[in-house]
Design a binder for this molecule. Sequence first.
Ligand code: IMP
Length: 472
Amino acid sequence: MASKGELGLVFGAQWGDEGKGRIVDCLSKYDVYARFAGGDNAGHTVTVGNEIFKLHLTPSAITRPHSVVLIGRGVVVNPKTLVEEINGLRERGIDINPSGYLLDGKSRLITKAELLEDALWEASGGTFIGTTLRGIGPTYSLKMLRRGPVIDMIAGEHFDEISLRKHFEDRIPILKTLAQNRNVHRALETLQDDIQKDPDNQSKQRAFDFLTAAVSFQPINIDAEIDALAEYGRFLYQYVGNTIYRAHHDYDKGKRLLAEGAQGTLIDIDYGTYPYVTSSHTGLAGFLESFGFAPETVERRLAVTKAFQTRVGSGPFPTELHDDTARHLRGTGENPWDEYGTTTRRARRVGWLDGVLLQYALEVNGATEIALTKIDVLGGLDKVGICTGYVKEGKVIAKLNRIDGDELSGLNPENLIIEYLDGWPEMDRKNLSWETLHPNAQKYVNRVEEIAAYPVTMISYSPEREGIIFRK
Ligand code: IMP
């Protein structure tokens, strides 16, 4: 029997935005890169020389010549975003051809109806998740209902106008019902006030536009949507195929495949801080589900964590900070690495690295190693904190097991045990090695390793492709 290839997984160990894209970009030995879940709620930033690429759906490795990239059937796809992304990459000289770029025909299509529905659920009261308003939740829920369109309907052999038209006709009464909720009108008023005060706030403007459309007499112009989908379909047709077949075929032929996670374990639909989560499996489970490999074949499972903690959207965040340290960690927004969302530009919430949650994320995905990103951002602080335990009902919790996942939903420890280590000066973001890393930064990395009980094999200290230390 022919020898098989190699399989690796890169996943987020926090609430997303860990820097997975830049880590994948450094793992250049793989032949095939596979995105398996989420949609354009994700934003991966990759810096190559003076160029910054912000990607939402295409695996980050696209900037490396000769890589094959796959967008698997667990992904939910807004075709507009994808077409714009491919065109944008081409304009910047990236070669995208169908032999190396494959989108699964069974991946779910996000239409205008799901975008409006996302905004309506957010506005209609109950739990405000703070979603990215990319239609992610409604699209996955339609998949579980065994309804809703797939990419093949617009970019398969035949454009399936009948099913698409029916989709919109079915959704419009549901949108209209949701729009009648009086909270929606209140949300519109509040958004209008907020936009007047802060006219540059794109995410509020987006919510306002969607809600305005949703409450109108005719929320969707079906003909216009069908025409747009037909055009996207004509463009995407050449890239559509069966990614499961392609992944297994390549693997069986001895190729090396890297699965690229989007979002992070703590916003996983089942393992995260439910209900403040996204609607997919963000780690190992999502990859297995989307590509149908057996768990034991995934030899390398690399957890990516920032050297501190960030979160966008609502939900528990035990180590969150609001003081000068928070301002230091978040930055002003002037640098590309400052903590403002790639997809929404929202300021991220920030805090110390949470060792309890890190261990949990590693266990849930059966990690084999850790990549620690943004260690440079901690430079310039007198003391650097790391949370090693929670105190709840008088007891110290230093570890949450997989089975304790439910604890995450009501994560409100009365007290935190924060260990403070000596800081180090601002770092020169050039040519660092483990030996030249400041001794206090070395101590910090070693302490993370001890708490996590897994080796830190990669340390990223700048957004540049070269700004990474590989450790044995
Ligand atoms: P949704 O995925 O847009 O439905 O949003 C659900 C929650 O996940 C919200 O709190 C979002 O802010 C968060 N979220 C979704 N995608 C990302 C991501 O790529 N990075 C960080 N947070 C995300």
